[in-house]
Design a protein around this ligand. Structure first.
Ligand SMILES: [Zn+2]
Length: 458
């Protein structure tokens, strides 16, 4: 056997064969010992969650890798950074007699047992957590949605919007099931605790009153009661739904609104010498004007709480209604005429004998509905139906004089009424025995029919 030559010496020198053998044996023993020691002391890593051992891995790094893989899987699914709710313990143990799991086996076991929390943002209002959303953008979008809702809930131009609560956005890890969309968070903040109550309508209630008393926006109340067709149709005792809404934010919106309002016309009375004093004539019809009103209105959570008029601008002036009122009091009667004609028209049947009958008055024809005027001032002593007279009015003028007005379609006075000369007391009709619309007019003195023409201005 040739031994290597080192530095000009044979390593073994001249050592004898026995020593050589001993050395080799020693080397072998050492090798066996170290292999045994290695096997005896070799470690694997036990993986456990909440004290429950899931299995063993050969290297800590495997667990780190599994964690990263799982996190990225959840992150992809939930769209946000995640954290595991539980701690994963990795502890070295003696490998002798231990089964080592594959990376896949451990990964599956961990996936089953671990619950995750996603990175999210909690919205806190006045120190209370009210909603959890994905991130800061979602939180801000929810809050902006609430503000926009109130801004859009009323007409007009926005002057300012104020939120009187303290709002804080807090980053935290949360159960993915509790994370809401921005839209859902907005709805929750707008409606708060939603409870359905009912209300029984009392005497004099309007929907507006109820909305205001219950602090519910009127349109919400109307929405909650589709059976009501309009604000005016509230029946006494009716039970309506109150969707009582308690928003979590107090939002005050101030708006500048402009709206048009009518300006009522005035009436001016002028004297007219050509008209009888009981008569009047519209010389110029009135017409409402229009004005534009600018106002600042304050809404609290959609309910109008304050209004201040800032200014008014007349768009159209109203037109004054001018009424002429007669001044002519005295009538220049001819002959013994002391009574007015009850109406102007042709006499279709005169006073006196008419065949076998006696006509106790005169018939004056006129269209149905023509006003019948009192011939003179007096007191109504009869107003109602009387046989062939139909609707009849009798006016007592004193001194034994009465005037009768028959066949009226309507009677405008009652027994006991004091009437003025020329006052409208009935309208022409065809009640009783008639062949066409006319007034049958009588003048009676101490109960005896007189010829009316003797008393009328011919
Ligand atoms: Zn007659």
């Amino acid at each position: 056997m040739k031994l290597p030559r080192v530095g000009g010496f044979y390593f073994w020198g001249r050592a004898d064969k026995k020593r050589k053998m001993l050395f080799i044996a020693l080397c072998c023993a050492l090798t066996v010992l170290s292999i045994v020691t290695y096997i005896m002391n070799r470690s694997v890593y036990a993986v456990s969650v909440d004290g429950k051992t899931l299995g063993n891995v050969s290297d800590r790094k495997i667990v780190d890798r599994i964690k990263e893989d799982l996190k990225s899987k959840y992150r992809d699914r939930l769209g946000s950074d995640i954290e595991f709710s539980q701690d994963i313990q990795v502890a070295p143990i003696r490998a002798l007699g231990q089964k080592v799991d594959t990376e896949q086996q451990i990964s599956e076991k961990l996936d089953k047992i671990l619950s995750v929390q996603v990175k999210a943002v909690a919205i806190e209002i006045d120190g209370n957590q009210v909603a959890v959303v994905k991130d800061k953008d979602a939180a801000e979008s929810a809050l902006q949605g609430v503000k926009d809702y109130y801004v859009n809930a009323s007409p007009g131009e926005l002057v300012k919007i104020e939120v009187s609560n303290g709002i804080k956005l807090v980053e935290k890890y949360a159960d993915p099931d509790r994370v809401m969309t921005a839209e859902a968070a907005k709805e929750l903040i707008l409606k708060g605790a939603v409870e359905i109550a009912t209300y029984k309508v009392k005497q004099g209630d309007t929907l507006w009153d109820i909305a205001k008393a219950q602090n519910i926006p009127l349109d919400e109340l109307i929405k909650a009661n589709p059976q009501l067709e309009s604000e005016n149709r509230l029946a006494l005792g009716e039970v309506i739904n109150l969707k009582s809404i308690k928003p979590l934010l107090d939002v005050t919106v101030t708006k500048k609104v402009t709206y048009q309002e009518p300006i009522a016309f005035k009436t001016e009375i002028v004297k007219d010498d050509d008209l009888w004093k009981w008569d009047q004539k519209v010389k110029q019809p009135g017409e409402n004007g229009t004005k534009e009103v600018a106002a600042q209105v304050v809404y609290k959570n959609g309910v109008k709480v304050e209004q201040q008029v800032l200014g008014e601008k007349v768009l159209k002036e109203p037109v004054t209604r001018i009424v002429a009122r007669g001044t002519k009091a005295q009538v220049a009667f001819r002959g013994s005429g002391r009574f007015l004609w009850p109406l102007v028209g042709n006499i279709t049947s005169p006073f006196g004998r008419r065949g076998r009958e006696f006509h106790t008055g005169i018939d004056i024809a006129a269209d149905k509905g023509t006003p019948i005027r009192a011939s003179n001032a007096g007191t109504v002593t009869f107003a109602g139906r009387r046989g062939s007279y139909g609707n009849l009015v009798i006016v007592d003028h004193g001194g034994g004089y009465e005037t009768w007005y028959a066949h009226a379609s309507s009677i405008l006075v009652s027994v006991g009424d004091r009437v003025e000369k020329g006052e409208e007391i009935a309208t022409v009709g065809t009640t009783g025995r008639t062949t066409g619309p006319h007034v049958h007019f009588e003048v009676r003195l101490n109960g005896e029919p007189q010829n009316p023409l003797s008393y009328l201005n011919k």
